[in-house]
Write a protein that binds this ligand. Structure first.
Ligand SMILES: Nc1ncnc2c1ncn2[C@@H]1O[C@@H]2COP(=O)(O)O[C@H]3[C@@H](O)[C@H](n4cnc5c(N)ncnc54)O[C@@H]3COP(=O)(O)O[C@H]2[C@H]1O
Ligand SMILES: Nc1ncnc2c1ncn2[C@@H]1O[C@@H]2COP(=O)(O)O[C@H]3[C@@H](O)[C@H](n4cnc5c(N)ncnc54)O[C@@H]3COP(=O)(O)O[C@H]2[C@H]1O
Lengths: 141, 141
């Protein structure tokens, strides 16, 4: 993607492919999801179902909000609640043959946007960093 | 910044000014910092000292990592540890008269970058969203 014009670059050229993306499963307990988010350092990750279809995203804020009591953070509740009870299931989604401009528009309001195929199987994520790096190359050449 | 060329735009034109930025103080207990991060929804915020000088940033991952024990998350420890024990004090910093390109370069690897004056007083933050929105305007005009 070094010498390509922005108009020749697709979302698939810039995305992080699914095998390199940390994710959780829809039926995991919140405790597991929070540990994945702490160990990886990511703010949020995709949620997949048992057949590897994309169903939403989940982040640290939503998990902590769910166990925030009046007096304290009720951390022991994390093992009783499942990912699907807290995840965000209204998320934007791209396809790998979408244009660079569609990708840029999608990440303006989201740190990353998931990529899935026409049957809903998870392909990867497009991040703001990938878009910004490509834009920098485009301005300097 | 609608019709300006990128070369005419400064970091000061795009930054969120300090009074609109959630922040914590260097001597706050971690419990307070985590509540600010949960309530605001932000992944990380700037850390200021008593005289409103910028000293670092702190995020949810660093706080949770600090209380992550072998068996469980030891949430009760949050009230015994202070922000300065966990914060990241090696952060990039911009000045409000820096160029747009300097701002773009800074946010490639950071979701936001703090802006401070030559004496170190906090002026605000430059976010990836602000840079992306301006780049979109530049491509369409
Ligand atoms: N382990 C690491 N090594 C180097 N840099 C790191 C890093 N973790 C985070 N960063 C930097 O911090 C930015 C924000 O990360 P955050 O976790 O909030 O937000 C991330 C995270 O929620 C998600 N993400 C990125 N890579 C991921 C992956 N491999 N698996 C799952 N989620 C990922 O996409 C968001 C945007 O990512 P983006 O790269 O644009 O932006 C990243 C990247 O610039
Ligand atoms: N309350 C809200 N309303 C609307 N959209 C929201 C939002 N909270 C987060 N977002 C969206 O999510 C992105 C990532 O937020 P995050 O908290 O991980 O990462 C944020 C946060 O750590 C920090 N930040 C942004 N605004 C802040 C503020 N007013 N005070 C303190 N920190 C702020 O800068 C990072 C990048 O911000 P950016 O705007 O580029 O990107 C934001 C924005 O697009």
């Amino acid at each position: 993607t070094q010498d390509k014009q922005l108009t020749d670059i697709s979302v698939g050229d810039l995305m992080i492919s699914s095998e390199k993306v940390a994710h959780v499963q829809i039926n995991n307990p919140l405790e597991h999801a929070l540990l994945v988010l702490i160990k990886s350092g990511y703010s949020a990750v995709p949620v997949l179902d048992g057949s590897y279809k994309l169903v939403g995203t989940i982040g640290k804020t939503a998990i902590l909000n769910r166990v925030l009591g009046l007096e304290r953070i009720e951390i022991e509740k994390l093992s009783d609640i499942r990912v699907h009870e807290v995840m965000n299931d209204e998320i934007p989604c791209l396809s790998s043959d979408d244009t660079f401009m569609n990708g840029l528009n999608a990440v303006i309001n989201h740190p990353f946007v998931c990529v899935a195929d026409e049957d809903g199987y998870f392909d990867g994520i497009l991040t703001r960093r990938a878009i910004l790096k490509q834009l920098k190359r485009d301005i300097y050449t």
